[in-house]
Write a new protein. Structure first.
Length: 302
């Protein structure tokens, strides 16, 4: 007695094959952009504009910090309070503390190398509990481990996805691991084309792949719409580089003017009773940390 195969099964199997290829392509492209293209563009940007960016971000930090001191002092002044040395010192300590926390977070980012920055960026996009991450990783390892593949005489065609799984797990990228599982689930499905699945199960498989592919395509679109990818062509354009360098120089001048204005207003409010940023309770370690930040880092780290 022959078994009648639903007429929709063959088209669905073909659709699963096509979706699997598209999903694999999207995963490979995301991996290429993140691990090859972005570091290259960051390096190119820093080569052309790194010093100017550093100068801009240093003066931007100084201007913002001084503006905050003036803002708090002005509130006291407008209330009619006398700005004694104690009040001025207290406000400076408050601002020191506010900006020390902010500066610490920024410095931690800039002490990372390119690989660590990429890992941090991907982990922020990821989501998922440790339990889920471990479970997904173990499932993938069982299917992909080179030793297991060799033992079964399999080809090494899954080598690249094996490395992507290792990277996704190291960076806690749950979304990427989910896509890997979806992709490999399609592999397993294709190995069972002899009839283990009915038409509804094949429909579910195609639907799952379509949804996962849509997620990966949105991720790629979002990634390409961000810097430094939006600058890829511009970085090879002499005219654009000149214009961008001029823009940075102008921005630095604007921030220097803001800093001068805030310092002038600070002096008017305090009468020079307490130097800007003076904090007699700040430890030598904190002072050294902040000096090191201003000397060796800048925001953006494009």
């Amino acid at each position: 007695m022959s078994i009648t195969v639903h007429p929709d099964v063959a088209p669905l199997q073909q659709r699963v094959r096509e979706l699997r290829v598209e999903l694999r392509s999207a995963l490979d492209e995301w991996h290429r952009l993140s691990t090859e293209v972005r570091p290259r563009l960051h390096a190119a940007y820093n080569r052309y504009f790194g010093l100017l960016e550093r100068e801009l971000q240093e003066v931007a930090l100084a201007a913002a910090e001084m503006f905050r001191r003036v803002e708090l002092l002005s509130i006291k002044h407008e209330r009619g309070e006398k700005l004694t040395a104690e009040i001025i010192d207290l406000i400076n300590q408050v601002v020191d503390k506010e900006y020390a926390r902010f500066t610490m977070r920024v410095q931690e980012a800039f002490r990372m190398d390119e690989r660590q920055r990429e890992q941090a960026a991907r982990s922020r996009e990821a989501g998922g509990s440790d339990t889920e991450l471990v479970a997904m990783y173990r499932t993938l390892v069982k299917q992909l481990h080179p030793d297991v593949a060799d033992a079964h005489g399999e080809e090494s065609g899954k080598d690249s996805i094996w490395h992507q799984v290792q990277q996704a797990y190291a960076t806690r990228n749950a979304a990427q691991l989910r896509s890997m599982l979806t992709l490999l689930g399609a592999d397993e499905a294709l190995e069972r084309e002899s009839g283990d699945w009915g038409v509804e199960r094949w429909r579910q498989e195609a639907d799952l792949l379509e949804k996962r592919l849509a997620v990966e395509q949105r991720k790629l679109l979002r990634l390409r719409s961000q810097e430094p990818f939006t600058m890829e062509r511009d970085l090879d354009d002499d005219v654009w580089r000149t214009r961008h360098r001029d823009d940075l120089v102008r921005a630095i001048a604007v921030k220097n003017n803001e800093l001068r204005d805030s310092r002038r207003r600070y002096d008017e409010l305090t009468g020079g009773l307490v130097p800007p940023g003076h904090n007699p309770t700040k430890s030598k370690q904190e002072q050294t940390f902040e000096e090191d930040f201003m000397t060796n880092t800048y925001f953006g780290q494009r």
